[in-house]
Design a protein around this ligand. Structure first.
Ligand SMILES: *[C@@H]1O[C@H](CO)[C@@H](O)[C@H](O)[C@H]1NC(C)=O
Ligand SMILES: *[C@@H]1O[C@H](CO)[C@@H](O)[C@H](O)[C@H]1NC(C)=O
Length: 503
């Protein structure tokens, strides 16, 4: 019996090897790993598990990148952590997939790029270049094509200060751009640059942008950020986080068809140009990411649509979906936005006509109730689909009832808000989130992390509230504490935040 099984395994192994032979990704084991990273200067290694969904999604992208990078002598490897547990734990792998860059066995860093073929390729090429490549007339043209945007400085060989400044910037941003420098004065002139100067070459929009300010790190960094952002880019999984962290508002052009996005981009281009560096403009595929319109308080079924998102405070300015998107209408809308003449849209349920039991907070009465400086307010942020929230509900009702009939009924408020139907200023990571906004210190709410029992919640209110209000636990005694207080981040929540995750 045993020999038959071995025979079968042998066949399977042979099949695996044959399949792997077509692949430019090298599968490594404990026996081969060290030698592989020793003999290859630059290796990207993926630690994966066969059952992991993100790993499966990455696989074809990873293969494609491996093939492209082969000619650059950058190797892509993978390690199956269900088979190589020792190797994976040696490398501190805690989740799948984990991607690490090896420059020899001892120089290891985390891969911080996106998990798409072209992103992997571009990221790894940047890793393979020196922080600053020294360029000449003969190498400049090739270097310009190294990535979709490259940064080149021109300064005199004796100009140590500019050299140092530029090297600092390159060290900091080397994951984002290939950096080059030249001290060929004739080349600088031919490129239309006054030395010391910087040019960002790009394979989109006007092809190149010349930095004309003072040669200082902060100004040059800002220039690279602005100049490398397409005039009208595209919001998608690869770009979303960059737009969100850009520090300036993002204007979305939603449309379902590529033709339509192109047409609208053309029409709105002068507006984007006029606000370059102040507002980013980008199209978004409403077929793939239409649900994101809902996050901007647009109707998610009526396209094309336009909205501005203030990304620092997360304020939303949807453009009226009953109106046509024309150059003139959007120009006025954007000018009004910049002039502070438009109020952000706040999603809110109606204010309840009367309150009983747990106080119902909505966006429109949030300030009046939660920030009432005379009261200790305990507020639960919930989602209608969240199972942990449903489990908490009867206990939370009981808590509200206990305070309502106590001496503290005018001092302590037990409240809840459906955070999926109301824009709240709080950043909510999971459901339920419970916070106490104590009287007199509304700018520093305490977040609850204990077991979700009536008894523990009373203790929390007593310890963190201004009034140290305690109610009798007599009725709560039968209550069994539920620990640990996990917040829901399972598939139900994924449904709600899918678009954010996707983007
Ligand atoms: C790792 O390699 C990078 C790139 O060559 C280098 O800048 C860095 O100093 C190295 N780190 C160590 C600890 O050797
Ligand atoms: C910048 O300084 C480094 C180190 O001194 C030097 O190797 C490099 O050639 C200089 N770069 C340019 C463009 O002159």
């Amino acid at each position: 019996m045993r020999s038959v099984q071995n025979f079968a395994w042998g066949l399977l192994a042979a099949a695996t090897v044959a399949a792997a032979a077509d692949s430019d990704v090298t599968q490594l084991t404990k026996a081969t790993f060290d030698d592989f990273v020793k003999t290859n200067d630059l290796v990207l290694a993926e630690f994966f598990a066969p059952w992991c969904g993100h790993c499966k999604a990455l696989a074809p992208e990873y293969e494609e990148a491996a093939t492209t990078l082969k000619e650059k002598n950058i190797k892509l490897a993978k390690i199956d952590c269900t088979e190589e547990q020792d190797l994976c734990s040696t490398h501190g792998v805690e989740g799948y997939p984990t991607l690490k860059i090896f420059r020899g066995p001892d120089n290891v860093s985390a891969y911080k790029g996106q998990r798409k073929a072209n992103a992997i390729t571009s990221y790894m090429i940047k890793q393979s270049l020196p922080a600053v490549s020294l360029l000449t007339k003969d190498t400049l043209e090739e270097f310009k094509k190294a990535d979709k945007a490259v940064v080149v400085a021109y300064f005199d060989a004796s100009d140590k200060a500019s050299n140092e400044t530029f090297t600092q910037i390159a060290d900091k941003l080397r994951d984002n751009f290939p950096f080059g420098a030249s001290n060929d004065a004739a080349l600088a002139e031919a490129e239309g640059v006054k030395v010391p100067g910087v040019v960002l070459y790009k394979d989109f929009d006007e092809g190149k942008s010349v930095f004309s300010g003072k040669f200082e790190a902060e100004a040059i960094e800002k220039f690279t950020k602005t100049a490398s952002t397409p005039l009208i880019g595209e919001v998608g999984p690869e770009t979303y986080s960059d737009y969100m962290s850009a520090g300036i508002p993002l204007a979305y052009i939603f449309a379902e068809e590529a033709d339509e996005r192109k047409e609208l981009s053309e029409a709105l281009k002068p507006i984007a140009e006029a606000h370059r560096g102040v507002i980013n403009f980008a199209t978004i595929d409403a077929k793939a990411f239409g649900a994101h319109a809902g996050n901007l308080n647009l109707k998610a079924d009526k396209f094309p649509a336009f909205a501005i998102q203030e990304t620092v405070k997360n304020l939303k300015y949807p453009f009226d979906q009953e109106l046509e998107i024309t150059h003139d209408a959007i120009k006025k809308f954007v000018d009004d936005f910049v002039g502070g003449k438009i109020e952000p849209s706040i999603k809110s349920e109606p204010i309840p006509e009367k309150q009983e039991g747990v106080t119902v907070v909505v966006a429109k009465n949030y300030k009046d109730i939660v920030l009432d400086d005379t009261k200790d307010v305990l507020i639960e942020f919930y989602a209608p689909w969240c199972g942990h929230c449903k489990a908490l509900a009867p206990k939370y009702d009981e808590l509200a009832a206990l305070y309502a009939k106590s001496e503290w009924k005018d001092k302590v408020v037990i409240a809840k808000v459906d955070a999926t139907a109301n824009d709240v200023p709080d950043e909510i990571q999971g459901f339920p989130t419970i916070k106490l906004y104590a009287a007199g210190s509304k700018d520093a709410p305490a977040t609850y992390s204990g077991p979700r029992s009536v008894e523990d919640l009373i203790k929390f209110i007593k310890e963190n509230g201004k009034y140290k209000a305690e109610v009798s636990e007599a009725e709560a005694e039968a209550e069994t504490p539920v620990a640990p207080a996990a917040t829901e981040s399972g598939k139900e929540e994924a449904k709600e935040t899918d678009v954010h995750d996707e983007l």
